[in-house]
Design a protein. Sequence first.
Length: 120
Amino acid sequence: AEQSERDLERERQKLWSSVEAEKRALHTEFDAERMALRKERRRLSQGAERQRQQLGEDREAQEERQRLQEKAESLEEEMREKDKRWQRTVDRLQRQIGDLTGKNRELQEEVRRGEQMGQP
């Protein structure tokens, strides 16, 4: 009976050691998995942050393109208006030149007639 108890106690110790070893192995595996999950979570978080930054930069670039497009359109409209004003000014000056050229001819005719009348 005493031998049986010793055998039983030995079996119990062996089993307990085996259970403890298994527990340690599971804890080690659990810790490794936890570390891997933390790394993966950090990697995903950093990736998401980079993506947010990229989206922000893309949005800023799009806004800048839009702003520049609007500025270009505004400048083109301003140039068209200036071209119209310049063309009106050129047309007015050409009319004035034509009028003055005509008056100049008339005055030259008058001077010529006056000179012809004044000659004996």
